[in-house]
Design a protein around this ligand. Sequence first.
Ligand SMILES: Nc1ncnc2c1ncn2[C@@H]1O[C@H](COP(=O)(O)OP(=O)(O)OP(=O)(O)O)[C@@H](O)[C@H]1O
Ligand SMILES: [Mg+2]
Length: 380
Amino acid sequence: MKLISLFLSAFRNIEQETLRPGQALTLLSGLNGQGKTSFVEAISLLSIATSFRTQRDDDMIAENHQYSRVHGIVETAPGSVRELAMDLKRSSGKTAWIDGQRAKRLGDFTGTLPSVLIHPGDIDEIRGAPALRRKFMDMGISMASRDYLGSLRELRTAMESKRAILSKVFRGTFTNMDRASLRAINETAVHPTWRIVKARSEFVSSLSATLGGYWKRILRAQGPEPRIRVDYKCFLSKSVIDSSESDLLDLVRRNFDESLKSEIDQGKILTGSQRDDFEFFLNNRPARRFASQGEARTMVVGSRLFLADEISRMRGERPLVLVDDVLTDLDRNRRHGLMECLAGTQVVATVSDCTALDRTGISDSIMYIVENGGLTLATE
Ligand SMILES: Nc1ncnc2c1ncn2[C@@H]1O[C@H](COP(=O)(O)OP(=O)(O)OP(=O)(O)O)[C@@H](O)[C@H]1O
Ligand SMILES: [Mg+2]
């Protein structure tokens, strides 16, 4: 899978521009505020149908414009290309297109261009709220497996219905029929929850098993791996990791049954995989409280390398890796270690200082200078 070209119109500070990434590393270099991240954001929009830096689609439309368009040509296999496009209309949301056909659901569009993003905000996953870590798990697993997205969607529908019924408790209109409906909804939630927990448990345990290796490769370190592990904190209990599939189904069902009375008493959902979390440990200490900034950064970068390999393994195609601003944050050795880990991968990386990366030894690398929303191919 390769991104062949990306055309942008009225996107952030970019009037009209076409980016033609190389086969391997494409560096976008330029001063602050010139549009480097905007190019990365546009690629990511074609991949995950949403921006990684704003929840308001209108923010991406260039000032004084009503419409914005991002169009990409992707080579899915040698000789076979797909066209992806996203139209943004001010105050009216977005429309996704695959090969000229309007995508009925954004979910159908997501993942056609698999990508992994490495950016400065990732570090919040170490110390920030559980929602950030769930987002990482969900994004990662759904890039690798489309079924997972279906389970999340099923569960979200069940939870919305459950929430609506529980809200009747406060309005004083809750009846015995509602109690029966809640039981029925819980039953529809059992299987998707089981699939989600199973996928997350497997995902986190593979991350835990491999993160030390990525750490070592980024540091180009010799000797033993550091003691790094990642623990899945499932809403059920820690024992899910060793449970058989039928035991896990029973655990989910029992947990839902046991929580129902308190949920009705309090008029809110008290259990479910929307409470899941995971935690990084470095030398047996929680990274959240003990890791240095550089250690935390290396862990999250390592977790992205894991994700890229996981997507390659599950889908049989290498995702595009987007690296925004992180290179200048890493010391020289780690920058090169990261690039070595990404050999054979199509990478689009931004740097505000073109000396941040010595490209010698990185085959097929190209560099664009980004200035005022425009691109110029840099000559060696
Ligand atoms: N909707 C918009 N319309 C016009 N300009 C915008 C819009 N949104 C952001 N900008 C501006 O676009 C410029 C480019 O932003 P971008 O984040 O891409 O810069 P950058 O090159 O990544 O900078 P840095 O090195 O500081 O990260 C900035 O000046 C920003 O204020
Ligand atoms: Mg930037």
